[in-house]
Write a protein that binds this ligand. Structure first.
Ligand code: FBP
Length: 550
């Protein structure tokens, strides 16, 4: 057993708080039948057995059935790590044991691949107790294998049957929950007798809607990033000599960058969704930053912070068109990786349409190459590998040199670069995430007990104290639409991007000009686990504003 730090020991004793509706036996109350967010006919045809199911809400059951039979459950952690995954599993464990103490939990190892390859462990109470309230996914590991082939479903079914598993819980982001839904449909259509339940995980915060108010991990990860950005701002305001270009994880949506901006009040923050809506070019973005650098220099402030969302490049309309064509091209060129770098570059330039080839050629060679690197198993560009922070600071430097020559800029410009992503994904969950995740897992046990399949565990009313949270389930098909992936139209969960009419973005817009010119930095400090509620239990700013906070 590894030695534990003092904080780890104290944290292990934390008892996550459950919504009061889950305190004893529960009954499921059915809402109205549901529809997918778009493309209803296509989604209905693809999911004939799991489409249109009602929303479920749990209430205390005043007359619970006395006898229950034990049942076995499997669990998978899928995709990128997010703080709180261990609490989903401990909540699930406690939930199935509360229903029947002889129920058992099996964890498939290293993501969905563990199901297909029959790699698993039984999660006993001594294992679970080691991981309560800890960050990371190391209890069983995670992976990005995409579950989409019938052969994989059948291989999975072999081990599920062998272990007498009644239900599988897949803890993942939008793509993994899409897979969960496809699997639920397949097992239902084939009367396999295995239910599939999803849990909303991702630090990116883009798996949300009215019923899933936030994905778990977003709260903790953004608090960690905001702490370190705050520290950088103190440093920057002390030395007054650097502009810090800080890229923040979040593969597509800019929720992380926006949340951090609301927490730290930087001099500049790019929101990709706004870039797209305003049809901005790379040059527009660079000019916007350079203008702020020049203005601050007029006041003698040759320092500042710029927050850059990781997914930016895919939101610049011209780049988006280029990437879409590249995705199709690479999907249809299986031997691409075997070519030399020079061959790859000339192959791409000669195969792309004229407009896209021109943009591709105009990019710094390194960045152009980063756009052609392997896609992830879901067909996404691995944006975390693209050094946008360096691309932008280099281009801002060039723009400022031109402005200086034209006597429009008088300052000094020196840049530092940072990328925050992996630093926050395995942090010990904040009290919010510790409670939320435990409730999501405990609630998943109730969804299994009431026979649901193709549902996502839903815990809402999240800005209220956790006892008042509302627990239930939402049919996954409800969140789906048709999108082009790997060159084909596929049913997928619709990503929730930053809503430019939403409160969090509006709050940012109200204040950003002030933050740009004056130095209004906020220093959130590290996550606190013990102490007064206003220090330890605050939800994210995003959730606070979305739920009507002023
Ligand atoms: P999920 O969508 O699986 O939660 O992962 C999100 C994420 O953390 C992104 O923010 C990031 O772009 C990506 O994972 C990095 O992936 P990897 O861990 O494979 O490097």
């Amino acid at each position: 057993m590894t030695k534990k730090s003092a904080l780890q020991k104290a944290r292990a004793a934390y008892q996550p708080k459950l919504p009061s509706a889950l305190w004893g036996a529960v009954k499921a109350v059915e809402g109205e039948p549901t529809q997918s967010v778009a493309d209803q006919e296509e989604i209905k045809a693809l999911f004939p057995n799991t489409y249109g199911l009602p929303e479920l809400t749990f209430e205390k059951d005043p007359k619970p059935a006395k006898a229950t039979t034990p049942f076995n459950v499997g669990v998978i952690l899928s995709g990128g790590q997010a703080p709180g995954g261990h609490n989903v599993i401990s909540g699930l464990f406690d939930g199935i044991k509360a229903i029947n103490k002889d129920s058992r939990l099996y964890g498939f190892l290293m993501g969905p691949g563990g199901l297909v390859d029959h790699q698993y462990i039984e999660l006993t109470s001594s294992i679970i107790d080691e991981y309560r309230n800890t960050g990371g996914f190391d209890i069983i590991g995670s992976g990005r294998t995409k579950l989409e082939e019938v052969e994989q479903f059948e291989k999975g079914l072999e081990i599920l049957k062998e272990l007498n598993i009644k239900a599988l819980v897949i803890i993942g982001g939008d793509d993994s929950n899409t897979n969960a839904c496809v699997l639920a449909e397949y097992y239902k259509a084939h009367n396999a007798g295995v239910q599939v339940i999803g849990c909303p995980k991702t630090i990116d915060g883009d798996l949300k809607n009215d019923m899933i108010e936030t994905s778990f991990g977003f709260d903790t990860a953004t608090k960690v990033y905001s702490e370190v950005i705050g520290n950088i701002q103190r440093d920057c305001n002390s030395a007054k000599k650097y502009w810090h270009f800080i890229k923040l994880m979040g593969r597509s949506a800019s929720h992380i960058a926006l949340e951090c901006a609301l927490q730290v009040q930087p001099n500049y923050c790019i929101i990709s969704e706004e870039v797209e809506a305003k049809n901005q070019t790379l040059d527009d973005i660079v000019s916007g930053i350079a203008a702020v650098v020049a203005k601050r220099a007029e006041n003698g402030d040759n320092f500042g912070t710029v927050l850059i969302p990781e997914g930016l490049i895919e939101f610049i309309p011209a780049m988006k068109a280029l990437i879409a064509e590249l995705n199709d091209l690479l999907a249809h060129t299986p031997d691409f990786a075997t070519k030399s770098e020079d061959e790859q570059r000339s192959f791409v330039i000669s195969s792309l349409s004229a407009d896209n080839a021109k943009i591709f050629e105009s990019l710094p060679v390194g960045v152009a190459r980063q756009l052609t690197l392997d896609r992830d198993p879901h067909g996404n560009v691995q944006v975390s590998l693209i050094e946008t922070e360096k691309l932008l600071s280099e281009m801002v430097g060039k723009k400022l040199a031109e402005m200086k020559a034209a006597k429009k800029y008088v300052g000094k410009f020196a840049a530092q670069h940072h990328f925050f992503g992996y630093e926050g994904r395995c942090a010990d969950p904040s009290n919010f995430d510790a409670d939320y995740c435990y409730a999501l897992g405990y609630n998943a046990a109730q969804l299994i007990n009431c026979g649901a399949t193709g549902y996502m565990s839903s815990v809402r009313n999240l800005t209220k104290p956790s006892v008042q949270w509302v627990a239930g389930g939402i049919p996954i098909t409800m969140m789906m639409n048709m999108e082009r992936r790997n060159g084909k139209m596929k049913p997928v969960i619709q990503k929730a991007l930053v809503d430019l009419n939403g409160k969090p973005f509006q709050k940012f817009v109200e204040q950003r000009d002030e933050w740009a010119l004056n130095t209004c930095y906020m220093y959130p400090g590290p996550i606190q686990y013990f102490g007064p509620a206003e220090v330890c239990d605050q939800p994210s700013r995003t959730l606070y504003y979305e739920q009507g906070g002023k």
